[in-house]
Design a protein around this ligand. Structure first.
Ligand code: GDP
Ligand code: MN
Length: 377
């Protein structure tokens, strides 16, 4: 689960990491009403679940309140990497002497949390990692010990030479680690962490992700969930026992089993198509589940062909076929559907589909090619 910058800032504040004050506004009127009337330097920031907002024009400085209102008007409604800006953070701006990067992630290789830091702050860390990976300092943290003060100082010393600045940064690292562990986070980034001309070290941006599988024990974090329309669909699918992830292509996939779902996506890609989603309907042949899965698939307006790929193991293909027929009778759509059934009772299953009047194919590659062809109209 992702949260917005303003929410990350609230968590930072709670854990004692210095952050400038700010207010979240959903409209220009709210900026008028909630931002104090004094004319000080502020920064108006799009609150969307993607990075690189600055480059996209979603972060603007404002010298007066009137200017903050104006900039908010420009940013609200803006499209940033496919996401519409529905709220802005209007925060006190700070003067920046230098920008740094600090972050924590779960590292599967070392099976521990990795602390990353860089004096190349402000730019996207992926970019630093690509161009000059040697500029990123990394340290694995022993989960039984946590981040010890001396380790935090050791990292901070590589970014700051002045002891007073170094100590502020080290304290921030220790707090960020505590926050990370206590909230079951999977990513916590401060980019940039800044040094001000009056030698204060503070966070002026924050990004945090959380482990979905831990949300059941993180009610305070779960309350912060502000799902986008796509995420809402994924959550809804999940509640119905389907694993659904929306992608950007146009071929809807309905598959039983996660491995087969991935293989199906690969197959579509192999033949030059683009899958619209990952969708695992699980092991049952329940028509209801198929109807729900189809409805979710077809609610994506990019979808213009559907590939159903079923492998019958314990689930029998004829059962699945009956489920599909019941479901397809119920769903009113002119989007073409290609069905591939293989495995237990495939012959009987294909017969049922053929009787219903839908084309069938017996191999996955055939199905992928047929779906791509149909998607091109
Ligand atoms: P991002 O582009 O989505 O990562 O958004 P950031 O919050 O990191 O802002 C992008 C850049 O805008 C920062 O790297 C800073 O250079 C600049 N910026 C953001 N806030 C302030 C501020 O308070 N004062 C100044 N001078 N620059 C800021
Ligand atoms: Mn940033």
């Amino acid at each position: 689960m992702k949260i917005h910058e303003y929410q990350a800032r609230n968590l930072f504040r709670k854990y004692g990491i210095p952050v400038p004050d700010g207010v979240v506004c959903h409209s220009v009127e709210e900026v008028e009403k909630n931002v104090p009337g004094d004319d000080k330097l502020r920064v108006v920031k799009a609150q969307v679940h993607v990075g690189g907002r600055g480059k996209a024009g979603g972060v603007k400085l404002a010298k007066t309140k009137a200017e903050a209102v104006e900039k908010a008007g420009q940013i609200l409604g803006m499209d940033i990497k496919g996401l519409t800006v529905e709220k802005v953070l209007v925060a006190d701006a700070v003067d920046i002497e230098k920008e740094f990067y600090v972050g924590l992630i779960n590292d599967r290789n070392t099976k521990s949390v990795t602390l990353m830091a860089s004096a190349e702050g402000g730019v996207e860390i992926e970019e630093v990692a690509r161009v000059s990976p040697e500029k990123i300092i990394k340290m694995s943290i022993d989960p039984t010990m946590g981040l010890m003060d001396w380790q935090a100082r050791k990292i901070a010393l590589q970014l700051f030479s002045d002891p007073k600045e170094m100590r502020q940064a080290a304290a921030i690292l220790v707090k960020l680690y505590r926050l990370y562990v206590e909230t079951d986070s999977s990513l916590a980034e401060i980019n940039p962490l800044v040094l001000t001309p009056d030698k204060r070290v503070m966070a002026i941006d924050g990004k945090m992700n959380f482990d979905d599988n831990a949300l059941f024990r993180q009610p305070e974090i779960l309350k912060m969930r502000e799902a986008t329309e796509d995420e809402k669909k994924e959550i809804e699918a999940n509640e119905k026992g389907l694993s659904y992830i929306k992608l950007d292509g146009n071929i809807g996939c309905m598959v039983n089993g996660a491995g087969l779902a991935m293989a199906t996506m690969d197959m579509i890609k192999l033949y030059g198509g683009e899958p619209a989603n990952f969708l695992d309907i699980g092991g049952s042949s329940s028509p209801q589940k198929v109807v729900e899965a189809m409805n979710i698939l077809l609610s994506d307006t990019n979808v213009n062909a559907v590939m159903i790929n079923i492998f019958g193991g314990i689930t029998r293909c004829d059962d699945v076929a009956r489920g599909l027929v019941t479901a397809l009778k119920e769903i009113d759509t002119d989007i073409p559907v290609v069905i591939r059934l293989s495995g237990t009772n495939a012959k009987e299953g294909l017969e049922i589909i053929r009787e219903f009047g839908l084309p069938t194919v017996s191999t996955m590659s055939e199905a992928a090619q047929k779906a791509i062809e149909l998607s091109r109209g």
